[in-house]
Design a protein around this ligand. Structure first.
Ligand code: NAD
Ligand code: IPM
Ligand code: MG
Length: 345
């Protein structure tokens, strides 16, 4: 039966890169005989414009009913806060779908090693996965803002930390067998609990090495010695910040995909970056983050590793042909980059 894929193109460069992702999806599906149907829904600033709500009920229900969700990016300067708010927008979507496990791979294509702002000897061998807790922490605690004071509450419980730790250890088992748990346990109570639970879960994985790293020095190590990492597991806010920092290793946010998983429902795939209002409408956005998110969807939702590999190889080949978008110092437009990738599939 055809798989039901809900697409949320969103705002800014969102529609431009979604178009690219869907063209690559179509070309790959034809090659491997994958049957699917697309249900495009309003989400973000565009949904406020059209329906007065960043996450219309119809969009949420379609997402819940789908086999997988593709999100490009949301956030319009006009509506910025409203598009993400816990009770309304992106955060509500993640919470309603129970997407607690956000997987952000950091892999550097060979051709990008030369383009990285870091020295080649630092970039060599970099290949790690950031496992970011996505439905808890300070994002979802109480927020109050008065004229003279403000407050954000950071909450975590043992169950929330245990389930994300298990994802990290299971992931490490399939790779380099090392987990780096990142916290701020010298200051935060939530981080003390985080560390305690990490140690407890590690007992069930004697084949995996656990190390703890404070978040501030982790930020430094990510630039000075990134090849030391295999799987990084961390709370919502630290994961947000560290994953954008990690995009400096390949040289741009424009090549960074992600997957978000729940216990049982559909998964969502999205670039880690936002709607890039500074380049929206110019036709120069790098579509690779979206295209690699499609590859992750093939592999993780539909068990089609071969399709994912076809896409990754085509991206690598396109870079080998010297075709780069502006964020990587090239001239290719979004359309040209996408066409080149499709012709290399
Ligand atoms: N999941 C999401 O939808 C998501 C994620 C992050 C930020 N946002 C929202 O996006 C909006 C803009 O945020 P921001 O400017 O801080 O971050 P951003 O990630 O949108 O952009 C940061 C910088 O990276 C560049 N960039 C990002 N993606 C690119 C791509 N594919 N190709 C080339 N260059 C790219 C942008 O041009 C910009 O200079 C805000 O409203 C924010 O809330 C949404
Ligand atoms: C838009 C914003 C709420 C979001 C986050 O902080 O989770 C984004 O930065 C991301 O990394 O997906
Ligand atoms: Mg972010």
């Amino acid at each position: 039966m055809a798989k039901k894929i809900v697409t949320l193109a969103g705002d800014g460069i969102g529609p431009e890169i979604m178009k690219a992702g869907l063209e690559v999806l179509a070309a790959t599906a034809e090659k491997i005989g994958f049957e699917y149907e697309i249900d495009a829904k309003n989400f973000g600033g565009v949904a406020i414009d059209k329906e007065g709500n960043p996450l219309p009920e119809d969009t949420l229900n379609a997402a819940k009913d789908s086999d997988a969700i593709l999100l490009a990016a949301i956030g319009h300067p006009k509506y910025n806060e409203a598009t993400v708010r816990p009770e309304q927008g992106l955060l509500r979507l993640r919470k309603e779908l129970g997407l607690f496990a956000n997987i952000r791979p950091v892999k550097i294509f060979n051709q990008l090693k030369k383009l990285s702002p870091l020295k080649p000897e630092i970039i060599e061998g970099v290949d790690f996965i950031m496992v970011r807790e996505l439905t808890g922490g300070i994002y979802f605690g109480e927020h109050t803002l008065d004229d003279d004071k403000a407050r954000d509450v950071n909450d975590y419980n043992v169950e929330e930390i245990t389930r994300i730790m298990k994802i990290a250890f299971e992931t490490a088992r399939t790779r380099g067998k090392k987990v780096t748990s990142v916290d701020k346990q010298n200051v935060l109570a939530t981080s003390k609990l985080w560390r305690r639970v990490a140690d407890q879960v590690a007992l069930d994985y004697p084949d995996v090495t656990l190390e703890h790293q404070l978040v501030d020095s982790c930020a430094m190590l990510m630039i000075t010695d990134p090849s030391r990492f295999d799987v990084i597991v961390t709370e919502n806010l630290f994961g947000d910040i560290l994953s954008d920092e990690a995009s400096v290793l390949p040289g741009t946010l424009g090549v960074m995909p992600s997957a978000s998983h729940s216990e049982t429902g559909p998964s969502m795939y999205e670039p880690i970056h936002g709607s890039a209002p500074d380049i929206a409408g110019l036709g120069i956005a790098n579509p690779v983050s979206m295209i690699l998110s499609v590859a992750m969807m093939f592999k993780e939702s539909f068990n089609l590793s071969e399709a994912a590999q076809i896409i990754e190889n085509a991206v690598e080949k396109t870079f080998e042909n010297g075709i780069f978008t502006k964020d990587l110092g090239g001239q290719a437009t979004t359309k040209e980059m996408t066409q080149a990738i499709i012709s290399n599939l």
